[in-house]
Design a protein around this ligand. Sequence first.
Ligand SMILES: [Zn+2]
Length: 86
Amino acid sequence: MVKRCSKCGQEKPVTEFYGHPTRGTSFACKECHKAYIVNRQHRLREKKKAEWELRNPGVPFPERKRREEKQVEVVRKAEFRKEKYE
Ligand SMILES: [Zn+2]
């Protein structure tokens, strides 16, 4: 059984799609789906970077791992509270 991928237009076996083999398979094949995820992550990062540059002009966007980004966010919030109540 083959299914046509709506992204690349190629007919591929249903095993090349995620999801149930006959019902509810994703519209794009695994390859296109992966490309979509990577592209989405890239766009999100670009967006974050643009926001960072707006808030922190002249400060290079930190190339950090996700967990470290969260810690920075916690520290920033704590500092904000300190400023507010001191
Ligand atoms: Zn495809």
